[in-house]
Design a binder for this molecule. Structure first.
Ligand SMILES: Nc1ncnc2c1ncn2[C@@H]1O[C@H](COP(=O)(O)OP(=O)(O)OP(=O)(O)O)[C@@H](O)[C@H]1O
Length: 697
C-alpha cells in the first residue's frame, strides 16, 4: 500500500486559495488501476487475507483499532462489487451522470422532511469542520446528490470532481465512494484517497453514513468529502453523530401529533443523541421506535416492536406513564424493562396538538426547548415573544431577505445582535452558504487586514506558505457579520469600502482580484454618527453599511421579558430535568436593569441552575451580588391564589387531589412524587394550598 503515501495526487491550494482537484491522474491512475485489479484478484483467489489491512503510511493520526478490519473489508467488498458486479473500469474518465433539474426537484421533495432537518445539521457539521476543506453532502437512497454545503474555495474543484447537485454518487455509477458505499454497506464508511475505486476520485477523502427511517430503511446518506490528504477518523464520528441527530429529530417531528416516550438508562441522557424514543397511539400501542430505542431494548427489527402494547414492554401502564410524567412536570420517571428487569428513566411527551377526545396532558413552564423552537415560524420569529419593537424589527428584516440590503444592527451589549444576524442569514436564500463572523474589536490591528482580505503565499514575513483565504472570501456566497464595526481602524475602513463598492477582493500580495458576493450585516454598540463627527469613522462607509438600521431594544424595555426569562431558563435546563422558577423570583428578574442584557440573564440562570439545591428556583438561589437587591422581596413568596397562572392553577388542582387521596400525608405524597418533603412544603405554600380540616403532617 505504499502508493497511498506518495501517490502525487495531493490537492494544492492555488494562489487565490482555490483548491484544485486532481482531475487527471495519468501517472498514478495507471498504477491505481493495476493495484485495484491485483487487490480484487488477490481477494477472490486468496480469500482470507484482506489486502486493505496493514500499515498505512500517513494514517497514523487515527486509531488503527477503530480503522478496523470491518472498514477495510467494506472497501474490499466494494471493489469486488465494482469490478465484477458493476463491471466498472477503474481508469474510467467519463463525466459523472447528473439527473435533470425536474427529477432533482422531485427527489428533493420526496425527502423534504429529512432535508429540512438535515440542512440545520449540515450547517452545524460544516462549522465543526470549517477550515478543513470539507464539503458536506446529502444524497438520497440512490446516491443522487440533493444538497451541498461547501467551502467556496473548494466548490469549483469539487464540481469538477462531480460533487454537485443532481450528480449520481451511487457505488454503481462512481465506484467505491463515501456516499454510495455507505448506502450499500448500510453502515458508516471512510473512503480515503486511493481507496476510491475510480482513479479520478483518488484526490478525495470521504466519510459517509446512511440515514435510516423508523422502518429501518436507508433513506439518505450524509457525507463529508474533502481534499484532505489525511483521513480523519473523527470526521466519520462527527458525520455519524449528525446522522443520529437527524434521525432523532425527524422522528420527533414525524410523530409530534402522537405520544412519545423518550428514555435512557441514565436520566441525564434523555434529550441527547443516545436517547431512545417510542411513538405511541392514545391507546398505548407502539407506532414506531428509533434505532436507539431498539438498541437499548435489545430488539433487532422495528417490526418486532410495532403494534405491541407499552404495558408488555415496561412495567407501567400507558395512563400511569402519562400521569406520572405530567405530575412530575416532565421530570424523568423510573420505568422497568419487563424482559430484562433493567431500569430506565422515561419522559412521556403529549401530542403537540392532542387528538380530539383525548385529555390534553398540559405542559410545565420549563418544557423542553425543542418545542419552543418548533413553535416559531422562522429563526427570526424565535427571537421574541411579542415585544412590539422586536416584532417591527423582525418584520423589517424579513422584508430585506430576498434583497441584498446591508443591515446595521445597533443595540447595547448582549441584546442579541449576533443572534439576530444569524437568524437573518438562516431565514434567507443564503441559508445554506457560510455565515462568517468577525469581531473587529478583538483582532490586533496588524492582523485585521490579512484576516479580512487574505494573503497570497509568502506575501509577508511569517505568512503561511500556503497563503490564506481571508474572511471575506470565506463568506463568499453567504453572509459576513462585522461585529463591533465602530472599532475598525480608519485605515482599513477605506479598503473595506472599496471591496464593498467593487464587489471583489484582492488578497495581500496578489495581483488578481476575486469576485465577491456577500451580504454584509454589521453591528455596533457605539454611536457611529458621533464617531464620524470625531473623525474616527468614515461617513461614506457608514452609509454603505447601513442600508437599513435595526435597533435592538435593551432587555429592561422589552415587554416580553417574562417569556424570555422562561425561554432561556428552558434552554439552560439540562435534558431530562424539570425545573420551576417561583413567582417572586420571576418578578424579581423582570424588574432588573440588566446592563448586560440577554447575555447577563443567560449567565445568571445558568449559574443558578448549576448551583441549585432542588428543582424549584427561588430568590434564595440568587448569587450573593443579586441577593442584597432582592432582600426586600424575600419573605413575600406566597402569592394570593388569584395570582397563579393557568399552569400553576392546574398544578395546584393536581396536587390537592393527590394530597386528598393520601389524607394530606405530606411524607407519602412527597415520596410518590419523588421529591423532598421540603420541596413539597414549598410547593404547597407557593401554590397557596391549605388542608381544610387539619394541619399538614
Ligand atoms: N432573543 C434571544 N433569546 C434568547 N437568548 C438570546 C436572545 N438574544 C440574545 N440571546 C443570548 O444573549 C447572549 C448574547 O447574544 P449576542 O452575542 O447575539 O449579543 P450581542 O448584542 O451581539 O453582544 P455583543 O454586542 O456584546 O457582542 C447569547 O448568549 C444569546 O444566546
Amino acid at each position: 500500500m505504499a502508493e497511498s503515501a506518495g501517490n502525487g495526487c495531493a490537492v494544492h491550494c492555488a494562489a487565490e486559495g482555490t483548491a484544485s482537484m486532481p482531475s487527471n491522474t495519468t501517472t498514478d491512475g495507471s498504477a491505481h488501476v493495476r493495484r485495484v485489479r491485483s487487490v480484487v484478484h488477490g481477494r477472490l483467489n486468496a480469500g482470507s487475507r484482506d489486502p486493505h489491512r496493514g500499515e498505512q503510511p500517513g494514517r497514523d493520526q487515527y486509531s488503527r483499532d477503530q480503522y478496523s478490519r470491518d472498514q477495510y473489508s467494506s472497501i474490499t467488498r466494494s471493489w469486488v462489487r465494482c469490478l465484477h458486479e458493476y463491471r466498472l473500469d477503474p481508469g474510467s474518465r467519463g463525466e459523472p451522470q447528473v439527473v435533470d433539474p425536474a427529477e432533482l426537484r422531485e427527489r428533493q421533495e420526496r425527502l423534504a422532511g429529512v432535508q429540512a432537518v438535515a440542512k440545520v445539521e449540515m450547517a452545524n457539521l460544516y462549522q465543526q469542520l470549517a477550515g478543513s476543506g470539507y464539503a458536506i453532502v446529502l444524497t438520497d437512497a440512490e446516491g443522487v446528490l440533493l444538497n451541498y454545503f461547501g467551502d467556496p474555495g473548494f466548490t469549483h474543484a469539487a464540481s469538477r470532481s462531480g460533487l454537485m447537485q443532481g450528480a449520481v454518487w451511487s457505488e454503481r455509477a462512481q465506484g467505491t465512494n463515501g456516499m454510495g458505499t455507505c448506502l450499500v454497506e448500510r453502515r458508516p464508511v471512510t473512503v480515503h484517497q486511493d481507496e476510491h475505486y475510480l482513479s479520478r476520485h483518488i484526490g478525495l477523502s470521504c466519510a459517509g453514513a446512511p440515514i435510516f427511517d423508523h422502518h429501518g430503511e436507508v433513506v439518505a446518506a450524509l457525507d463529508a468529502s474533502g481534499e484532505s490528504r489525511l483521513a480523519q477518523q473523527h470526521t466519520l464520528a462527527l458525520v455519524s453523530m449528525s446522522v443520529q441527530m437527524i434521525e432523532n429529530r425527524v422522528f420527533l417531528d414525524q410523530f409530534r401529533h402522537d405520544y412519545i416516550l423518550r428514555f435512557h438508562n441514565r436520566p441525564e441522557f434523555i434529550g441527547t443523541l443516545s436517547e431512545g424514543a417510542i411513538a405511541l397511539s392514545p391507546e398505548g400501542k407502539v407506532l414506531a421506535a428509533t434505532r436507539y430505542a431498539l438498541f437499548q431494548l435489545g430488539i433487532a427489527r422495528p417490526a418486532d416492536i410495532v403494534g405491541r402494547d407499552i404495558v408488555g414492554i415496561f412495567n407501567s401502564s400507558f395512563a400511569g406513564l402519562v400521569d406520572s410524567t405530567v405530575r412530575r412536570a416532565f421530570h424523568a420517571v423510573p420505568i422497568f424493562h419487563i424482559k430484562t428487569g433493567a431500569r430506565f428513566y422515561g419522559v412521556m411527551l403529549p401530542p403537540v396538538a392532542p387528538p380530539a377526545g383525548h385529555r390534553g396532558a398540559g405542559r410545565s413552564e420549563l418544557k423542553p426547548a425543542l418545542f419552543a423552537e418548533q413553535a416559531a415560524a422562522s429563526p427570526l420569529d424565535a427571537l421574541h415573544a411579542g415585544d412590539a419593537a422586536m416584532v417591527a424589527n423582525v418584520r423589517t428584516a424579513k422584508r430585506t431577505l430576498e434583497r441584498n440590503v446591508a443591515l446595521l444592527l445597533r443595540g447595547e451589549t448582549g441584546t442579541g445582535k449576533e443572534l439576530f444576524a444569524r437568524a437573518v442569514h438562516r431565514s434567507g436564500p443564503r441559508a445554506d452558504k457560510p455565515f462568517v463572523a468577525i469581531n473587529c474589536a478583538a483582532l490586533p490591528e496588524p492582523l485585521i487586514e490579512s484576516e479580512l482580505f487574505g494573503y497570497r503565499a509568502g506575501a509577508f514575513t511569517g505568512a503561511s506558505k500556503d497563503g490564506a483565504r481571508g474572511k471575506l472570501l470565506q463568506a463568499n456566497g453567504g453572509t459576513l457579520f462585522l461585529d463591533e464595526i465602530g472599532d475598525m481602524p480608519v485605515t482599513l475602513q477605506a479598503r473595506l469600502l472599496r471591496v464593498l463598492e467593487e464587489r471583489e477582493v484582492q488578497p495581500l500580495g496578489s495581483e488578481t482580484p476575486v469576485p465577491l458576493d456577500i451580504r454584509v450585516i454589521s453591528a455596533t454598540h457605539c454611536d457611529l454618527p458621533q464617531k464620524i463627527a470625531e473623525g474616527h469613522f468614515r461617513e461614506d462607509l457608514y452609509y454603505r453599511l447601513q442600508g437599513l438600521t435595526i435597533l435592538l431594544p435593551p432587555l429592561r424595555e422589552r415587554t416580553d421579558r417574562r417569556e424570555l426569562i422562561l425561554r432561556i431558563a428552558r434552554e439552560e435546563v439540562e435534558a431530562g430535568s424539570a425545573i420551576e422558577l417561583d413567582v417572586p423570583l420571576l418578578a424579581f428578574l423582570e424588574r432588573q436593569r440588566w446592563p448586560g442584557n440577554l447575555r447577563q440573564l443567560r449567565h445568571l440562570l445558568r449559574a443558578m441552575l448549576a448551583l441549585r439545591d432542588d428543582d424549584v428556583l427561588t430568590l434564595h438561589d440568587l448569587p450573593a451580588e443579586y441577593r442584597a437587591a432582592s432582600a426586600a422581596t424575600i419573605g413575600t413568596e406566597a402569592p394570593p391564589a388569584g395570582d397563579l397562572n393557568p399552569l400553576e392553577n392546574a398544578e395546584r388542582k393536581a396536587l390537592i387531589e393527590e394530597l386528598q387521596r393520601h389524607s394530606w400525608n405530606i411524607s407519602i405524597v412527597a415520596r410518590r412524587l419523588n421529591m423532598s418533603r421540603n420541596t413539597l412544603y414549598r410547593k404547597v405554600q407557593r401554590l397557596n394550598i391549605q388542608n381544610p380540616e387539619k394541619a399538614l403532617h
